[in-house]
Design a protein around this ligand. Sequence first.
Ligand SMILES: CC(C)(COP(=O)(O)OP(=O)(O)OC[C@H]1O[C@@H](n2cnc3c(N)ncnc32)[C@H](O)[C@@H]1OP(=O)(O)O)[C@@H](O)C(=O)NCCC(=O)NCCS
Length: 172
Amino acid sequence: MNAPVLAPLTVADLEEVALIENVSFTAPWPTSAYVTELTTNRLARYVGARIDGALVGFGGIWLMVDEAHITTMAVLPAIRRNGVATALLLELLQEARRGGARVATLDVRVSNLDAQRLYLAFGFVEVGRRIRYYDDNDEDALVMTTAELESSVQLAIEARLRSKVVERSERG
Ligand SMILES: CC(C)(COP(=O)(O)OP(=O)(O)OC[C@H]1O[C@@H](n2cnc3c(N)ncnc32)[C@H](O)[C@@H]1OP(=O)(O)O)[C@@H](O)C(=O)NCCC(=O)NCCS
């Protein structure tokens, strides 16, 4: 598989975003929510990943002063476990640093073990729980956070994951 090419998401990407969103989430965001994110939310940064021209994944953050909050992350099912989310999250955390964030945080469903494994690999740790946060099924959210983004431990985790992404792309 060719390496993903990353670029900021634009409104022109949203038809493809909807295809991935609808097969990835039980309560997908409508396209109108993404239009607002991309056109009026000054805190939002979204990145898409393309392989051979097709959008295969995307993720986003809100830059809230010293905290970057991961808002979403999804990869086309057929392309999962190929490092696309890892490449996206590496880029989003770099964007967070460029925007002055000190830490990154996120909410994830307690049942979403795949995503939790991804976040654990990035050094996110559980720091709390929001009870019945998701109103489609009353599920709790785990609240997770990184160490300080500039800490040696966090930089080392990301350097190791970046090498993995490069190795994968060299293998093809
Ligand atoms: C979570 C998600 C974004 C991961 O995307 P991905 O491109 O498959 O992730 P990666 O290939 O970069 O995986 C990185 C690491 O995360 C862990 N991981 C990811 N998916 C996993 C799975 N299904 N089972 C076990 N570990 C998994 C592994 O440690 C993996 O590294 P490895 O493949 O070298 O073992 C994808 O499964 C998805 O889109 N899920 C539906 C939407 C969703 O739940 N988004 C998160 C909302 S909080």
